[in-house]
Design a protein around this ligand. Sequence first.
Ligand SMILES: [Fe+2]
Ligand SMILES: [Fe+2]
Length: 157
Amino acid sequence: MTKFDETMIQMENDPEIQKLRQFRQHGSSNTYDHCRSVARSADRLGRWLGWEVDGEELARGAMLHDYYLYDTRDMTISDYQHGVKHPETALKNAGKLYELSEKETNIIRSHMWPLTLFHVPKSREAVLVCAADKAVATREFFHSGVQALKKRAQLGA
Ligand SMILES: [Fe+2]
Ligand SMILES: [Fe+2]
C-alpha cells in the first residue's frame, strides 16, 4: 500500500474529518466527499504526470483543504468573500487539531490561487491540490446543474 493510500484510510476514519459530511458543497456533494475526490484526483494527476510527491502530505493537505466547517447556505458572506477567506479559516481549524507541516500549510492556504493572489502553491503537492480542486468543483457544479435539469424535465413531462 502506498503512503498516500495509507494516509487516506487514516483520514477517512478520523471522526474530526467525518464531521465534513454535514456541510453541503457545490450543489449536490458534501465537503467530505469533495475533499476525498480532490485527494484522489490530485494523486491520479500526480501519477499521470510522473511526479514524485510526498503521499502523506498530499493526502493530509487535500483532506484538510476545505476544513472551514460551515455551510455556505447559512452564511451571509458573498461567494467572493467566501472564496478569498475560507482557506485561512480551514487552516486555523485544521491547525487546532493537527500538527501541520510547512507544505501542508501551503497546500491549504494556496488552494484557491489565483483568487488568493499572494498565496501561491509552492510545491508539487500544492499545485496538484489546486488543480484537482478546480476540476472536481467544476464537475460537481455541472453534475448538480444536470440533476436540476433532469428534475425540471420530469416535472414538465
Ligand atoms: Fe476551497
Ligand atoms: Fe475545495
